[in-house]
Write a protein that binds this ligand. Structure first.
Ligand code: PLP
Ligand code: COI
Length: 355
């Protein structure tokens, strides 16, 4: 792999002044990473260049058949001025898995961690420092062959863009409302659900639009075949505290294997909590609620961090979880996870990578 060439921007943008109003994914930094793939040459010309629009042929395959993959991770500035990234190796590992499913050529994961470190170093002044903020990192790969036949492409772009962000949900850590989606499905076994690829998000947009219309944050997806078993939420994995047990749907091929999910499981197990990854039906959750055993529900994700669910609607039934307030397990997980990410707590797992 060649080294990375750097072409610095001459005009730097003005950074957002009010870090309490960053929202999610609205601002982009001064530079981006690009690398080309051409059949016969492999991945080449890794470079950091000024952020800007791409020249893309209107027939570029990604625009027509959705051959693309992406990732999401964050960098944080600690109180003592260090810059930490959370488990970047896992994101590039998952991207490799998505590539394999989407027939996109393999890349060198370790090189990409190095390239990311170099990009984040250049953009270090863009990392916000207000409570709950971070620099969101979006690596992605698109197929760029100017060709309308339906085949895997021979030419790709691998890019990384960066965005200073606040919380994903406008209410921050305030519990969100979700409902069980009964009309549409997000993914099916044998399909793309486990891969982080645009098509899964395209499939979710209709449900998301209807949820927003009814003042819900997102929908809870059920399995695409029996429409019975819980899968995940639009942009996060889902956890339930039933009695004293932490339960989450087992990875089954149609759920995104979340890195936050994996970390939550590892933290809870370290606490000695009973954790179970298994098939779980919506009827089981509804019955646990009736028996008073459903103590907490929360989502996990890079953008969503730990997001408590205060109101869960299933057909005509509304379940108010923990009186609509964040529960003790969710709060403790949020504190522990963000404590490690923001360098406030010792990282005994060795998850953070210093830039
Ligand atoms: N599920 C979906 C559909 C997502 O988009 C995300 C976000 O990346 C997650 C789950 C959580 O994954 P992670 O914890 O790796 O961010
Ligand atoms: C993430 O949490 O990184 C995501 O990709 C979720 C969403 C913004 C698509």
């Amino acid at each position: 792999m060649s080294k990375i060439t750097v072409n610095l921007a001459t005009n730097l943008k003005e950074k957002p002044k009010d870090q309490s109003k960053l929202g999610f994914g609205q601002y982009f930094t001064d530079h981006m990473f690009i690398m080309n793939y051409d059949e016969g040459q492999g991945w080449h010309d890794a470079r950091i260049v000024p952020y800007g629009p791409l020249p893309l042929d209107p027939s570029a395959m990604c625009l027509h058949y959705g051959q693309e993959v992406f990732e999401g991770l964050k960098a944080y500035k600690t109180q003592d001025g260090r810059i930490l990234m959370f488990r970047p190796d896992q994101n590039f590992k998952r991207l490799s898995m998505s590539n394999e499913r989407m027939v996109i050529p393999a890349f060198d994961e370790e090189f990409m961690v190095e390239a990311l470190i170099e990009l984040v170093k250049i953009e270090k002044d863009w990392i916000p420092t207000a409570e709950g903020t971070s620099l969101y990192i979006r690596p992605f790969i698109i197929a760029v062959d100017p060709m309308l036949g339906v085949h895997p492409a021979h030419h790709y772009l691998f890019m990384i863009i960066l965005s200073p962000v606040g919380s994903y949900y406008a209410g921050g850590l305030a519990p969100v409302n979700i409902y069980v989606e009964s009309n549409y499905v997000r993914a099916v076994k044998g399909g793309l659900g486990f891969a982080k690829t645009a098509a899964n998000y395209a499939a979710s947009l209709k449900g998301q639009a209807e949820a927003e219309l009814h003042k819900y944050s997102q929908v809870l997806w059920l399995d695409g075949i029996e429409r019975k078993y819980i899968e995940e939420v639009g942009a996060m994995n889902i956890f339930f505290v039933i009695g004293d047990e932490l339960v989450t749907p087992a990875l089954n091929g149609s759920i995104l294997p979340g890195i936050t999910r994996m970390s939550v499981i590892e933290i809870a197990k370290q606490w000695g909590m009973k954790v179970s990854e298994r098939r779980i039906s919506i009827d089981e959750i509804s019955a646990a609620y009736d028996k008073g055993e459903l103590k907490e529900v929360f989502g996990s994700g890079t953008a969503a961090v730990i997001s408590p669910v205060g109101h869960l609607k299933y057909n005509d039934k509304i379940m108010i979880i923990n009186n609509g307030k964040i529960g003790a397990v969710s709060q403790k997980l949020y504190d522990n996870l963000t404590g490690i990410q923001w360098g406030k707590l010792p990282d005994t797992f060795g998850w953070t990578v210093e830039v």
